[in-house]
Design a protein. Structure first.
Length: 407
């Protein structure tokens, strides 16, 4: 074996060693794609996933394929050089040495593994393409549905202003903004209307201080988002709403001891508590329970405290409201059963109802005047009815038609 050939073979081995090491690193990098994809569940993340992963997989597959081809090229060059030296009559030690080197470096194993990795990466690409086609089909169905809804809405342009759906007015009370916006967002903001239509509806719903807030907003479609942000900035204040609700609860007048007043007070308290919970306020406190109980009359307070004591546990606000609701409902049932109803008389009733102001009027037409509805004794047709006994006797006769004139 000539020195030149020995040096050339040594350089080829070093080159192959470097290439095999690089191929091993690429195969190790591709190991993360060995299992089927776990696709994201949210729409935005899925779109990003489908846009980026194919680029990464294709680039890695191309690098592995290129490295594999380069290793085969170097290997074939070495084999060709060794074969040509054997034909010149040199001993076969060089060939044996190279084959031993190739086995030690597990060249065949890495090349076969590279082929398997490439096949696996191609499967991952097919999975991505299938998922992308599925998403695209779903988007087409979504657009078709949206177009159908838009067509239906365009055929009934004034539906929101009719009797089917009513958008509430907002007059600038901060405590009412969240409920107003929740309805407006579903009925208008999320609907496929143009911005100028949404702005027009919003302006028609805002009254009082809210209308004054939007007074300087330009009446253009691009101003719709600005109008929404202005309202939210001014009225969407959780702390302000919480303080207002607590102040209303403190200043609430004590309910009267009747079912209607109790029910109205309970409804107001439930609204206040629900608003405080929505704003993240902790309502299960002794002070809150005390304020709630104080809004009811003494009889109800005693019944509440008795029920809490008999239950053997300390009630939170939810337990307190639930038990008050039971008490109020029982009071409504009791009042409904014990309430006395006044007798109802028909307009055709001819019976006499002494002492009953609601009895029907059975006064007959005055036979003297014949038109005015009043008692006969008060008529002015005769100057001295009480003095003329004969005339009075005639008045008491049935079917009296003509009367003598009084003298």
């Amino acid at each position: 074996m000539t020195p030149v050939l020995t040096v050339s073979l040594k350089v080829a081995k070093q080159k192959l060693t470097r290439l095999l090491n690089e191929l091993g690193k690429l195969i190790e990098e591709a190991d993360q794609f060995s299992q089927p994809w776990q696709f994201p569940t949210t729409r935005k993340e899925l779109e990003i996933f489908l846009a980026t992963k194919p680029i990464v997989v294709k680039a890695l597959c191309k690098r592995i394929e290129g490295k594999k081809e380069y290793i085969w090229q170097c290997y074939n060059e070495c084999i060709t050089t060794i074969s040509s030296s054997d034909e010149k009559g040199e001993d076969g030690s060089m060939k044996n040495n190279f084959e031993q080197y190739w086995e030690e470096k597990r060249g065949e194993y890495w090349l076969e593994t590279a082929s398997e990795v490439i096949d696996n990466l191609e499967k991952r690409l097919v999975e991505l393409q299938c998922q992308e086609a599925f998403v695209r089909k779903g988007q087409e169905r979504h657009f078709e549905t949206a177009n159908e809804q838009s067509n239906r809405l365009s055929t009934v342009p004034h539906r929101l202003f009719g009797n089917e759906i009513k958008i509430p007015d907002f007059d600038g009370k901060a405590t009412e903004f969240d409920s107003f916006w929740e309805l407006f967002e579903e009925l208008v903001h999320k609907q496929p209307y143009s911005n100028i239509e949404k702005l027009s509806i919003l302006l028609s719903c805002c009254k009082g201080d809210a209308a004054r807030t939007l007074k300087m907003i330009p009446r253009t479609g691009s101003s719709y988002e600005e109008a929404i942000n202005q309202l939210k900035l001014q009225y969407q204040d959780a702390k302000r709403t919480t303080m207002t609700m607590i102040r209303q609860l403190k200043n609430m007048k004590q309910a009267r001891d009747d079912a209607r007043s109790l029910r109205n007070t309970l409804s107001d308290i439930e609204t206040i508590i629900a608003t405080l919970r929505k704003n993240g306020e902790f309502v299960d406190t002794t002070q809150m329970s005390s304020m709630v109980i104080d809004t009811f009359p003494k009889t109800i307070q005693e019944e509440i405290l008795k029920k809490e004591f008999d239950s053997g546990k300390e009630w939170n606000t939810a337990d307190l409201i639930a038990n008050i609701a039971i008490i109020v409902k029982r009071r409504e049932h009791l009042e409904n059963r014990t309430q006395e109803e006044k007798p109802q008389y028909s307009m055709f009733t001819q019976q006499k109802h002494a002492g009953n102001a609601s009895a029907p009027n059975t006064t007959r037409r005055c036979v003297g005047c014949k038109t005015v509805q009043h008692a006969v004794a008060t008529t002015t047709q005769w100057s001295a009815v009480t003095a003329n006994q004969e005339t009075m006797n005639l008045l008491h006769q049935p079917n009296l038609e003509d009367f003598p004139e009084a003298r």
